[in-house]
Design a protein around this ligand. Structure first.
Ligand code: ADP
Ligand code: MG
Ligand code: MG
Ligand code: MG
Ligand code: MG
Ligand code: MG
Length: 584
């Protein structure tokens, strides 16, 4: 992704006067893209991952692991290095790229160019991920390391959690009680977005994660680390006026959500119809993959009673006004599990779908395993025209269940009983009405454009065009994760069954199959509980640390030892047989 380098973002009060104009032109722009590119066809399957790192700086003397705020210097260095490598190579497209992210402690990496659908490329993903991590690692300072942790356990604690230290009193964009201004990438887009969410909403964002109540946790838990009495910004009293809930971990800034790392996969489809089918098929898969990749049980120095980042991200960008929040199915700046990416004009890039629910894993073996699984599953779904539709309200319910503690084993998820298409159905492409769009912005014109937009994407296509029909109540039920993954007779072979059936149609060598099986086995073992999820491993590490007081607190010392352990685990120095297969 590129960041705009021209122009100055407006504050919300100035920006909102232009909101209708922007909205209308957004629709016009999309309709123009649609008219030009709806029939674009024949793009090959390309795909790529994005991995986000947090750079941690160790102070070994005081045993503190802090977030390093050197993003700009690190990225400049990495850019110079990768340019150098590229100039020495015939295939400069294979040199990875590094990008900025919201947090000034974050880096994002992508492969130098997207992978093709070949098995060779699929099996090169882990090597590419490891190469990127090696590059990042090599050009950091001696006491810095890149980590692929979804949430940083001590982001926003009182005390020193960044290097260098900054006081939250200067948080002029977020007005946070916990996060200093300097936590945010200084590019104008990020502080402006942070401030405008607060301004549009009329208050700070409110995030309350249920606290994991341990045997010595005081009850009711009233967080002693919140500066309840601060009177610096007009929003400071919000915490004591009800925003901060007892028995919860209270967070009040966009940085808590946008400061999370994740693993994303983008697919290119051969045409818009295939992209739509893929998008729809992956919607019910997203919560399942969130639960299986759960990796974020530690927040602002406490153990949470949830395992995932999702609700924190959604709440951290919730810009709805108080009135809007009181009305049901109005959306905020919502953070979606899937993104539909139209082709940029005049580019070789086709219709793409981005899968965004997964939490980033500690090792690249795991990141590769989950990426490869999602690629294979999406191929399996597309090649056999499977129908995975369930009502979107059930997907939402699954999203909320997926974040619960140990959701893989403690929850059931709504899923379709029979995923096979009725025999004889074909996968023809759906037509789209076209027409010219006008630059005039009257309300009637906007309404007409919106109607046309809806016609481009009918929510559930009629069955006669070969798309699955609307799900009816007895077509889905609640299943355990094991039933969804391993199958439930008679109609449903499980997601693994679908993937294996697809693999059987490919020409694969024994070696290739062995490597794929290592990836699939990891996910199987996470499903059946013979291996822990990252979230369970992290929670267990804290709770079994000799200095843990069973009071839900992740102290500076515990966090330091945890970071050391995570690094050793990532390098394969520390063996953790209940979390990772020993042979990787
Ligand atoms: P964003 O941050 O907007 O989601 P990025 O540009 O960071 O997007 O990364 C998107 C991913 O898509 C990368 O892994 C990249 O390799 C991959 N990619 C790039 N071009 C294509 C394409 N034509 N088809 C599929 N994936 C692509
Ligand atoms: Mg990106
Ligand atoms: Mg990005
Ligand atoms: Mg992006
Ligand atoms: Mg990113
Ligand atoms: Mg992305």
């Amino acid at each position: 992704m590129g960041l705009l380098s021209l122009g100055t973002p407006l504050a919300w009060d100035d920006a909102k006067r232009h909101a209708d104009h922007v909205r209308s032109h957004g629709i016009t722009q999309f309709l123009n893209i649609w008219d030009r590119l709806k029939d674009r066809c024949g793009d090959e399957l390309l795909w790529g991952d994005e991995i986000e790192y947090m750079v941690v700086s160790f102070d070994h003397e005081s045993k503190n692991a802090r977030l390093s705020l050197r993003q700009s210097e690190i990225l400049a260095k990495l850019k110079a290095i990768t340019n150098d490598i590229a100039s020495d190579r015939a295939d400069s497209g294979s040199v990875p790229t590094f990008h900025p992210e919201y947090g000034r402690f974050m880096l994002e990496s992508t492969p130098g160019s997207p992978y093709t659908g070949s098995l060779t490329d699929l099996l090169s993903v882990e090597g590419d991920m490891r190469y990127r991590r090696r590059l990042a690692r090599k050009y950091l300072k001696q006491d810095e390391l890149p980590f692929t942790l979804t949430s940083y356990p001590r982001l926003g604690v009182s005390g020193v959690f960044t290097d260098p230290y900054f006081d939250p009193e200067n948080a002029v964009s977020s007005h946070s009680l916990f996060l200093p201004e300097e936590i945010t990438n200084p590019h104008a887009r990020f502080p402006t977005l942070t401030a405008n969410i607060r301004r549009r909403r009329g208050s700070k964002v409110v995030i309350n994660l249920p606290l994991f109540i341990d045997k010595n946790t005081p009850r009711p838990f009233v967080d002693p680390t919140i500066p309840w009495q601060r009177e610096l910004y007009s929003e400071d009293p919000e915490a004591k006026q009800g925003a901060a809930l007892n028995d919860h971990i209270y967070m009040d800034a966009m940085g808590f959500g946008m400061g999370c790392s994740c693993l994303q996969i983008t697919f290119q489809s051969c045409n818009v119809t295939e992209a739509r089918r893929l998008y729809d098929a992956l919607v019910p898969i997203a919560p399942l993959m969130l639960a299986l990749t759960a990796a974020s049980p530690l927040w602002r120095g406490y153990i949470a009673d949830v395992d995932c980042r999702w609700d924190v991200i959604s709440a951290s960008v919730d810009d709805r006004t108080e009135e809007e929040r009181g009305l049901k199915n109005i959306q905020s700046t919502n953070w979606q599990t899937l993104r539909f990416k139209p082709p940029p004009i005049n580019s070789p890039i086709g219709w793409r779908v981005e899968f965004r629910s997964m939490e980033v894993q500690i090792t690249d073996f795991e990141n590769a395993a989950f990426s490869v699984f999602v690629v294979l599953l999406s191929r399996a779904i597309l090649s056999s025209g499977l129908n995975l539709y369930i009502p979107i309200s059930k997907v939402d319910e699954n999203m909320s269940r997926a974040q619960k503690r140990d959701a893989v084993h403690s929850q059931k998820f709504f899923f379709r009983k029979d995923v096979f298409p009725p025999s004889g159905s074909s996968r023809s492409s759906s037509a789209c009405s076209s027409g010219s769009s006008s630059p005039v912005d009257g309300p009637d014109v906007v309404r007409r454009k919106e109607k046309k937009l809806r016609n481009c994407f009918p929510s559930v296509p009629p069955p006669e065009d070969g798309h699955p029909s609307r799900p009816v109540e007895d077509e889905y039920e609640e299943m355990t994760m094991e039933e969804i993954m391993f199958g439930k007779c008679p109609g449903f072979p499980g997601l693994f069954g679908l993937v294996y059936a697809y693999l059987d149609t490919l020409d694969i060598t024994e070696d290739e199959r062995c490597k794929l099986d290592e990836y699939l086995d990891l996910i199987k073992h996470r499903t059946n509980g013979s291996l822990k999820t990252a979230a369970t491993w992290l929670r267990d590490f804290v709770r079994s640390h000799p200095s843990y007081k069973f009071d839900s607190v992740v102290s500076q010392e515990i966090n330091y030892d945890l970071m050391i352990a995570v690094d050793e685990l990532e390098r394969g120095v520390r063996k953790v047989p209940d979390f990772l297969p020993t042979k990787i």
